[in-house]
Design a binder for this molecule. Sequence first.
Ligand code: NAX
Length: 329
Amino acid sequence: MATTITITGAGGQIGYALLFRIAAGDMLGPDEKVRLRLLEIPQGMGAAEGAALELQDGAFELLEHVEVTDDPAVGFDGANVALLVGARPRGPGMERGDLLAANAGIFGPQGAAIGAHAASDIRVTVVGNPANTNALIAASAAEDVPAERFTALTRLDENRARAQLAQTLEVPVGSIRRVPIWGNHSATQFPDISHATVDGHPVIEALRERVGDVQGWLEQTFIPRVAKRGAEIIQVRGSSSVASAANATIEHTRDWVRGTDDWTSAGVVSHGEYGVPEGLVTSFPVRAVDGTWQIVEGLELDEWARARVDASVAELVDEREAVRALGVL
Ligand code: NAX
């Protein structure tokens, strides 16, 4: 049996970077056949149809079928995995409330369509921003689908954090482990190195030798660099992060389905862990076991880390309040 994967915004930039890697087996493995559903809005249909022609020309042996549609009922029909990439970007003069409202108008109906049409094992990865709150909106609209099946992507933030540490310590990125992102996928996110290791040894000790004042380096260099990396990419490249975002989406979804051998980060629904209000889709340190994300519990957060986590969670609470005020939740 093939896995049916729905990609919204498939005619956009990240969609284009995702499709061919999924068809090549990078997400679900070299033995898993895939059926792709490319869900777009009418303006994006041409780009998605063009991508579908190229998928055909890729002659991917794992790719059983491709369908392009602008109807969510068709797009999510029988879906086992949904990558919700298409979102409304912030336009000129748009306030945060306008942005949340515009995206509620997308993620609410998509959540409802997932509830009505997707397969019972559906797993949803929300990439489109504001990703955490969009995941919350979709989850609350999806009848009979556990909220745990809706997640928000913070893997790109984690990858950026690991890459910055690797560069600073002059080690391969694979040597760096356990760098969870806490909170919102936004400038308030908290990349936490307090449990991080480099080749099994504490990163903090290695950093002390390299940068001296670790706390100063974290506050003035590392955290701003990670949190503002998206803006840096736009400035240098002239366009937002695309291939790195697609890569993180594939890694997040692959790990969810196939499991992890260590911690990673994902925006998952809180059940009150670490005092995060129940129901908020928040990034935590997680492991994937038997197809389920499990929050790594019992980690120490010192006062400074606690304040960072609280600030990001407070932003998520505000977003939820703003969406509630719209009558969406
Ligand atoms: P693009 O503007 O290139 O593509 C978006 C596509 O979505 C367009 O083709 C558009 O027609 C389609 N779309 C819009 N509304 C839709 C709907 N209701 N149903 C189906 N399709 C719809 O943006 P792209 O660069 O691909 O980025 C997509 C999203 O990813 C943005 O919201 C962006 O902010 C977000 N990102 C999230 C990241 C994360 O780590 N969570 C990092 C990368 C990226 O910034």
